[in-house]
Design a protein around this ligand. Structure first.
Ligand SMILES: Cc1ncc(COP(=O)(O)O)c(C=O)c1O
Length: 289
């Protein structure tokens, strides 16, 4: 078992995988990606990830050059090559190689890359105690810039927010949108249980339409927990009974504090939904073999 990478039509050892320096994904962040999980030999919500990839690509005028069936095959073949039953899959489509200069129309062959590796964003101890977040000075872009609903290779906002958090001794960052409403965390959606209701910001507030978020909204409905999309201010998180974040990489993880102010130490709603999520990923998904 080892990390595996699909690039330019073949699976190679992770240490052998190379991207040419003229790839516009590297030069300009010109491309899109997905983070996908394999649990117990099943790829969770693969078609939903492929649909979001298609939508992100369409949003930047990128034609991946592979249809959905071909991309599905790339993911499954790379996971099989890794030998992992539990893994993180990073599927990217870059604009491909082209001359220097931002003009994407001069890149004629998009590049598909699929990385299968292990990923642990937060260690078990942090997950158990809950995360300490700071409010980042970096704002999520407005839809009129690079729309945050597109999962593009432009992650500098998240990178800088995370850097700020880590340098401040926190675990992660909360990003607000230009109007000051809560958008999301660096690589996860945010939920708050306020006034007996679970709320998560709408994608139009600057959040990615998270697949984990979507799964949790469904789970909350099935468990009879009132849930709705609603704009949240930072103050709503501070007065919430509990808060947590969700993402394919991060999973479902409680938020203990924001900017040094404790939110809650007990998180029964988060735990219930975390269990429901774990049960669902354990039995659902596209079998790798
Ligand atoms: C910026 C951002 N928001 C939210 C999420 C959560 O989305 P998903 O649950 O589909 O992984 C991610 C991805 O992990 C992300 O990168």
């Amino acid at each position: 078992m080892s990390d595996a990478v699909w690039i330019d039509g073949e699976v190679v050892e992770a240490s052998e995988a190379r991207v040419p320096v003229f790839d516009h994904g590297l030069l300009y962040g010109d491309g899109v990606f997905e983070g996908i999980r394999v649990h117990g030999g099943r790829v969770f919500r693969l078609d939903d990830h492929l649909e979001r990839l298609r939508a992100s690509a369409a949003g930047i005028g990128l034609e991946p050059g592979h249809d959905r069936a071909a991309l599905r095959d790339v993911v499954l073949r790379t996971v099989r090559a890794s030998g992992y039953d539990d893994a993180y899959v990073r599927l990217l489509v870059t604009r491909g190689d082209g001359p220097l200069g931002v003009d994407p129309t001069r890149c004629t062959h998009p590049r598909v890359i699929c990385i299968v590796a292990r990923l642990e964003i937060f260690d078990p101890e942090r997950r158990r105690r809950g995360l300490d977040l700071i409010t980042s000075s970096v704002r999520r872009d407005p839809a009129g810039a690079v729309d945050p609903r597109l999962k593009t290779l432009n992650y500098l906002g998240s990178v800088l927010a995370k850097r700020e958090a880590v340098l401040a001794g926190a675990d992660d960052a909360l990003l607000l949108n230009p109007s000051g409403a809560v958008a999301e965390a660096s690589v996860g959606n945010v939920f708050a249980f306020v006034d007996g209701r679970l709320c998560t910001p709408p994608a139009t507030d600057g959040a990615l339409g998270g697949i984990t978020r979507d799964t949790l909204i469904e789970a909350a409905g099935a468990l009879g927990i009132p849930v709705r999309e609603a704009s949240l201010g930072r103050v709503d998180l501070l007065r919430a009974q509990e808060a947590f974040m969700s993402g394919t990489g991060a999973g479902v993880v409680g938020i203990r504090s924001l900017d040094g102010v404790q939110i809650s130490l007990e998180r029964p709603v988060c735990e219930k939904l975390g269990r429901a999520y774990a049960e669902r990923v354990a039995c659902e998904g596209v079998p790798v073999r």
